[in-house]
Design a protein around this ligand. Sequence first.
Ligand SMILES: Cc1ncc(C[n+]2csc(CCOP(=O)(O)OP(=O)(O)O)c2C)c(N)n1
Ligand code: SF4
Length: 288
Amino acid sequence: MSNLGEFEPKRPDSFDVSWCPGCGNFPLRDALALAFKKLELKPTDIAIISGIGQAAKIVHYINTHGFHTLHGRAIPIATALKASNPELVVIAEGGDGDMYSEGGNHFLHGIRRNANITVIIHNNQIYGLTKGQGSPTTMIGQHTTTQPFGVFEEPLNAIALAITLNASFVARGYVGNIQHTAEILAQAINHKGFSIVELFQPCVSFNKVNTYQWYSQHTYIMQNHNPKDKMQALQKALENDPLPLGIFYINEKIPFEEYLIAYKEDKKPLYKRSAQTEKIKRFIEDNF
Ligand SMILES: Cc1ncc(C[n+]2csc(CCOP(=O)(O)OP(=O)(O)O)c2C)c(N)n1
Ligand code: SF4
């Protein structure tokens, strides 16, 4: 049963949530709202930018600012939003297909650019919205609607990839544990830099392998792990069964917005400034 409080979407009564009953997106949304409450954020402090897919629909089902964009494109739009208004808490969300396949290129370069945003990947290890095709994280041997003889491609280990690329914050959770997931999300949102949180999220309709029971049996919460130690983080990320949960890696570095010339002398967000028409006119006259 959801307890979203002020994050309950303000929609007409006729607006239905189209997630299937039992979908892991429900506890994921609860954990996110809990993280916002822990951080004492208001709905107007936050903007969620999503791609396309079941996961990406979250912007309609939680009361914050939101923008449902194109498949795989949440990260660049979230980056631009943060640059134009660094005061906002900006979150990019999408499924494993959205972020690792259609948006895979942006995932890599988002890590390099290091905007101060949080990226949440709802990893159900399948394409949910389009009815059960194999995704970049589907396990080898799994039978899917498009791989009836079983998946033969190596699944993507995005946690190991992100650590190798020196991402600023890398974590993984499982939505079956709402408290632990909320704790990770709160730390990710608080972290200054590109924060990646991959969340195992069962798809009860199209992934009959990675169920709630499967995740409970094949995951564990890391203890005494030092997230500042890159090699230890990478070693943990390469563990396959059981799969570790928690914060793998923290790498403090200057975020993208702080390099922007627009904020060198004035920290006021761009949208709060009036247009400097005289300066623009002079620039055009001098250069064209
Ligand atoms: C460029 C583009 N390619 C393909 C599609 C079709 N499409 C829509 S959602 C989706 C997969 C979504 O899977 P995932 O991102 O894992 O999210 P889920 O639905 O499982 O939450 C695909 C392939 C699209 N909308 N746009
Ligand atoms: S198809 Fe899967 S991911 Fe989509 S709403 Fe249903 S259970 Fe959730």
